[in-house]
Ligand binder design. Structure first.
Ligand SMILES: Cc1ncc(COP(=O)(O)O)c(C=O)c1O
Length: 385
């Protein structure tokens, strides 16, 4: 939940400031307000990149990132079989061919599987950090060796890093989401970041029907060089984003502290296995993943936690939205997947996800709640034997 837990006065003050101006304009390309510009500048500075472009959602952000990087019809894009469906939807919307590959022990796309999936049509790799870094060094080296564009959909991993470098800034372009489950929350919203001027400009154009935003030209006379959509953010959303961004360091450190306490309280349990990390220091605090014996044990574990007042996050209950092996409604439109049994394409990923538990770690957790959660996990572990 993170940012959504602590929405309040500061966000309202930013909105009030917007409405207190002589001429209220809620449109990002309208004159005189520019909350969006301020949000983008502050976000770019926090990320340590040259360009940030705010849009209407995380789905829009990865859509723009892909379009900005020049991904188009027929391009093969290698990604992970464990992700929320949005980036794969964006690839399909651009006419590209998603090529999900099996995850490794860190629950991220396996570098060895990337190598196997490369063909002459491969144009990019989309790394999707699930609250922790994939093996970015190896993935970046593969991309470099084969001339592929590295894109990071870091919707779930704002504030996570790999060997000190923030995720989203390692590849050519990165994207983030500000929906209700993410580190920062703005109702809906997303951000794309890059150091590449050409990618930035093309992505910004894509988010606004292709408008090239030539300074000095009236909007109606603005030229275009490629098609686009309306994926614009509103000034109200950006105002909320400015206030949320001011809280981000606190959100990240508090969740990390809470997660450490929970891990310390359950690390003696022999029938659960924490997922290993490519760089644990760079992982985020708001999610804890561990594996149990099998699917039955995971379902039993989940039911026990629910009885004690704690829900799980994505695994095992929302696997349908996060595993490529199930998306025949989307992948079935593509020739190579049309008659395939998708589950058989990524069996290791399906097996790992089905026997895993993923927990949300709130920012606002008092000592009593942390103790209660630790006890619930311990008793669940005793139950599954
Ligand atoms: C990897 C990934 N990309 C994109 C999105 C979509 O973000 P939004 O809900 O803001 O559209 C999500 C949402 O969970 C996600 O996990």
């Amino acid at each position: 939940m993170a940012g959504a837990e602590i929405i309040g006065r500061e966000e309202l003050a930013e909105i009030q400031e917007l409405f207190s101006r002589e001429k209220v304009n809620l449109y990002r390309y309208g004159g005189g307000n520019y909350k969006t510009r301020e949000f983008e500048e502050k976000f770019a500075a926090w990320m340590g990149v040259k360009y940030a472009h705010a849009v209407s959602s995380g789905t829009a952000a990865i859509h723009c990132a892909l379009a900005g990087a020049g991904i188009g019809p027929g391009d093969e894009v290698i990604t992970t079989a464990w992700t929320f469906i949005a980036p794969v939807e964006a690839m399909c919307a651009l006419g590209a061919i998603p090529v999900p590959v099996e995850i490794d022990e860190t629950y991220h796309l396996d570098p060895a599987e990337i190598e196997k999936a490369i063909t002459p049509a491969t144009k990019a790799v989309v790394a999707i950090p699930m609250w922790a870094p994939p093996k970015m060094e190896e993935i970046a080296a593969i991309c470099k060796k084969h001339g592929l564009i590295l894109i990071e959909d870091a919707a779930q991993a704002l504030g996570a890093s790999y060997k000190g470098q923030k995720l989203g800034t390692i590849g050519s372009v990165g994207s983030f989401s500000f929906d209700a489950g993410k580190t920062m929350h703005t109702g809906e919203g997303g951000m794309m970041v890059t150091n590449d001027k050409e990618i930035y400009e093309r992505a910004a154009e894509f988010s606004d029907h292709g408008h090239m935003h030539i300074p000095g030209l009236p909007r109606g006379k603005d030229p275009r060089r490629a098609k686009g959509l309306n994926l614009r953010i509103s000034e109200v959303t950006s105002a909320i984003g400015i206030a949320q961004l001011a809280k981000i360091d606190m959100i990240l450190s508090k969740a990390k502290e809470n997660k450490q306490r929970i891990k310390d309280g359950i690390r003696h349990l022999e029938n659960i296995t924490f997922r290993p990390f490519s760089d644990e220091a760079g992982s985020q605090g708001d999610t804890l993943i561990f594996k149990v014996r099998n699917r039955e044990a995971a379902l039993q574990f989940e039911a026990h936690l629910l009885e004690h007042g704690f829900g799980t996050k994505i695994l095992p209950e929302a696997i349908e939205w996060h595993y490529a092996g199930i998306w025949s409604h989307l992948l079935g439109e593509i020739d190579r997947y049309r008659d395939a049994d998708l589950e058989k394409l990524w069996p290791k990923t399906g097996q790992m996800l089905r026997s895993s538990i993923c927990l949300n770690i709130p920012v606002l957790m008092d000592d009593a709640t942390i103790e209660k959660l630790i006890k619930a996990i311990i008793s669940a572990s005793e139950k599954i034997g």
